[in-house]
Write a protein that binds this ligand. Sequence first.
Ligand code: SF4
Ligand code: SF4
Ligand code: FES
Length: 217
Amino acid sequence: MITLTVDDRTIEAPEGSSVLSACLAAGITIPHLCWLEADTPADAPAACRLCFVEIDGFREPVTACTVTVENGMTVHTGTDAVRNLQKTALKLLLSVHRVDCKHCPANKACALQDIARFLGVGLTCKPFERVLKEPDVDPRHPVLDYHPNRCVLCGLCVRVCRHRHGKSQLSFAGRGFETVVGYFDADPGAAADCLSCRACLDVCPTGALVVRTGDDG
Ligand code: SF4
Ligand code: SF4
Ligand code: FES
């Protein structure tokens, strides 16, 4: 086991694990959206840019999901620099998000709401301008509706589908602001099994994937 100090607490973690994994296992909260428990520091996508920490000896804050624990490491999870980066990352996500929690199936079980509460910020995107995608709902999947303006592009749905089935029914498409997750020319036969699998629905941290009304029995 590796021994490290996090916010003046001594914790232990298995060799090779990430700082994020070590902290979460010790009950230390670090906002994150794109990390899967199976991720190693080498293969974590580091897409959400939320899990910043400061580590003694590092010149700048780093993403906790991509740094491997080391004996004697000293980690700080709540410095001003860390919080500023996390608030900026959250506001950028909210700048392309339709915040309509009352009509969202994820309301009260949403990672964005939890992170906003943890960081002490509202679900506004100021000072950024809010820009939304069209159309608001993409119905190309045979049984699921995808809501691009609720999607944080964490990629968890794409990855859990691939982990479970060897090949993902979902994929990223487009670039920059136009990036979306969807069902593009995947195997139509396999898609019929999506309702019994539901891995993507379960892992999605927001309300971006929804069983189309009438398809859920
Ligand atoms: S995904 Fe979360 S923040 Fe967005 S509308 Fe739904 S509940 Fe609100
Ligand atoms: S649909 Fe959900 S799980 Fe997939 S990328 Fe968007 S927010 Fe993440
Ligand atoms: S969890 Fe580390 S960048 Fe998303």
